[in-house]
Design a binder for this molecule. Sequence first.
Ligand code: PMV
Length: 334
Amino acid sequence: MNITVKSPANIAFIKYWGQKNTECTLPYHDSFSMNLSGCFVEIDCQFSTNLKKHELLIQGYKEDYPNVALPEQYQRLADYYHKIKKYFNQSTDVGFTMTSRISFPMKAGIASSAAFFSAVAMAFATYYGKSTHTKELSRIARLSGSGSATRSIPDGFVWWYAGNDHESSFAESIAPPDYWDIRDIVIITSRDHKQISSDKGHEQASTSPFFKKRVSYIKQKTIPQVKKAFSDKDFTRFGQLIEHEALYMHHIMMTQKTPLYYWNEKTISLLRHIAALRDNGIEAYATIDAGHNIHCICEAKNEEVIVSSLDQLAGIEDYIVNKPTFGTRSINLY
Ligand code: PMV
C-alpha cells in the first residue's frame, strides 16, 4: 500500500513544556497553536509485508539535508512504529520506506517533528485500517513523543486539552483557518540544528524552581486571558500575551538544572527589532519555540511592511510567511 500525507508545522501561542507522563506524552496544562501554511512535510509511505526493512529518506529544505536520515531520526521513527504496532494489537511486522519532503529547516524551532510525526500517525492509522478521525488521530500522534504533533492534526487554530490519561488528552480545532487573518513570519537566521532536542529538554523542565509557578500561572491567567483576546480578535492584547508566554517558557528552559539556551545573538536582536517596530506603530509580536529562529506574529495588513523591514537587517537568511491552514491530510492513497 502507498500513502502520501501532507501535514503542517504549528506555532504554539500557549506553549507546552514538560511532561507529567512520558509514556503517553501527557503535558501539565493545555496548549494552543495555529497551523502554518508555508511550513509543512509531505511523506510518501510505501508499506509491504514483503519488505523486510524500515527506511527513512529525507529531502530537506533547499537541499541542505542528506537524503538518508540521521541515526537518531531513524531510531525515533522505529520506536514509534513499535509503539503503534502494539497500540493497534498487530502481531505481524510490516516493512516500509518513507520519503519525507520538508519545506523548512529542521531542528531549528519550527516544529519539524510535529509536522513529521503527525503525518506518520496518519500513515500508520491508514495502513492499519484504523480510525483517522481527528480526535483519535491526535491521540495517536502524541504517542510519537512529539507532543506538539497532536496539534498539527486538526484544522486552523487548535487546542490541546492536557487531560489525565491517554483517552482524555487530545487536540481539537477551536476555529477554522479563515477565522482570523493573521500571519506568522518565520524569520530564519540560521539553519543550524539545535544542540538539545525538545524531548530531552522536557525531561528537565520540572527542575526549574519556577516551573510549578508557571503551570499554575498558565492555568489561572494565561489560558483565560488568551481565550478572551482570541475570541474578541483583540490583536494587541493577544500579541502581548503570547510574547510574554514565550519568554516565560524560555525563562523555565534557562533555569532548568542543566540550563537550555536555545537563543543565539540574532534571536535577541530580532526581539529588539520587533519591539522597535511596535514603537513605530507597527503591531508585531514575537514567539519562539525550542530553537533560535523567531516567529513574528502580525495581522495580514502589516505583513508587507514587516517583511521589507527584514530586508534591511543583516544576518537574515530567509523568511517564510505563513497563514493559518488546515491540519493533516491524506493526499494520495493507492
Ligand atoms: O512536541 P515537542 O516535543 O517537539 O515539544 C514542543 C515544545 C515547544 O515547541 C517548545 C512548545 C510547543 O508547545 O510547541
